[in-house]
Design a binder for this molecule. Structure first.
Ligand SMILES: [Zn+2]
Length: 299
């Protein structure tokens, strides 16, 4: 009998340990104390190793999300508002994906490490975020910028980054898309955005992005953690998601096939007319400029 009891206790202990480990795995070893009312993450989607391109604003397919499911993405960090963005997410046990600029990662690696430690996914967004976009750089220069960005973010994150890429300003080229897909990267456009490159009050940004989300019903949402107005509105945005019944989906690198759904025959690109306007009159060149200031209304 005593033996039996001992065995049972051992099994119980093992269960507790296993549970703790699973919890640690799910939250990347961060102690979280959000309470039962936190938004949290409802499910995780594994992004497979076969490269693809998703996000209806740029591509005729997107992740296969259910109604009221949302994927949060943040571009252009780490920057000054990034810590506040991370604080807001942590408070709700919410997980997002950060598309990090290589040069910024070199400047503030501690914030990239914090993103990784808190369980967020970390993707790439070029090294220099060139003002004329990667599209107007010669292929060799564009690929060099992409690779330098990957190396910088890998180093800053301690090898925790994922093969996720978002083109600065969504300005891809067929050559660069196939180059990245061939290396197993999934390219992320977005399904909707907050237009947070335009200066506006946090409340105005909140109303705008929620109205777009209500219209779309679900999707990959693009924000910029480089924008103070976004950091300021984020707590209210997460509260609004909760109160309106939205659920967060976290994307992570994994095995298998990425679950995607094709757009209908009426699909058109939202981003191409914007890119055409931004790049009008500019000429393809070796050195396409420096976009660190993001003065061109960066996406
Ligand atoms: Zn950007």
């Amino acid at each position: 009998m005593r033996k039996q009891t001992g065995k049972t206790e051992m099994i119980k202990l093992s269960s507790v340990t296993l549970c703790a480990l699973l919890t640690l795995g799910a939250t990347a070893a961060v102690a979280r104390d959000c309470g039962p009312d936190a938004l949290g993450v409802s499910r995780t989607i594994a992004i497979g190793p076969k490269g693809t391109a998703v996000g209806l604003q740029s591509y005729p397919r997107t992740l296969d999300l259910q109604d009221h499911e949302v994927v949060l993405t943040f571009d252009d960090g780490p920057a000054e508002p990034t810590a506040r963005v991370l604080d807001a997410l942590a408070k709700e046990c919410a997980l997002a994906t950060f598309f990090v600029i290589g040069r910024n990662a070199e400047e503030t690696p501690a914030l990239v490490r914090r993103e990784a430690a808190e369980g967020h996914s970390i993707g790439y967004h070029s090294y220099s975020h060139p003002a004329n976009t990667l599209r107007l750089m010669y292929d060799d220069a564009a690929k060099a910028d992409i690779e330098k960005g990957v190396a910088a973010v890998e180093k800053a994150s301690g090898g925790k980054s994922a093969p996720f890429f978002r083109f600065p300003g969504f300005a891809d080229t067929p050559e660069l898309v196939s180059y990245l897909e061939g290396k197993g990267f999934t390219i992320f456009g977005s399904d909707l955005w907050a237009s947070d490159w335009s200066p506006m009050a946090p409340k105005a940004e909140l109303d705008l992005v929620m109205s777009r989300l209500e219209k779309a019903g679900k999707g990959i949402v693009l924000f910029h953690d480089s924008k103070a107005q976004t950091a300021a509105m984020l707590p209210d945005f997460l509260t609004a998601l909760k109160s309106r019944g939205y659920k967060l989906v976290h994307i992570v690198p994994g095995a298998g096939e990425t679950p995607v759904v094709d757009a209908g025959p009426d699909w058109t690109s939202t981003t191409e007319p914007i890119i055409a306007k931004t790049l009008a009159g500019k000429v393809k060149g070796a050195a396409a400029g420096d976009g660190h200031g993001h003065s061109h209304g960066d996406q």
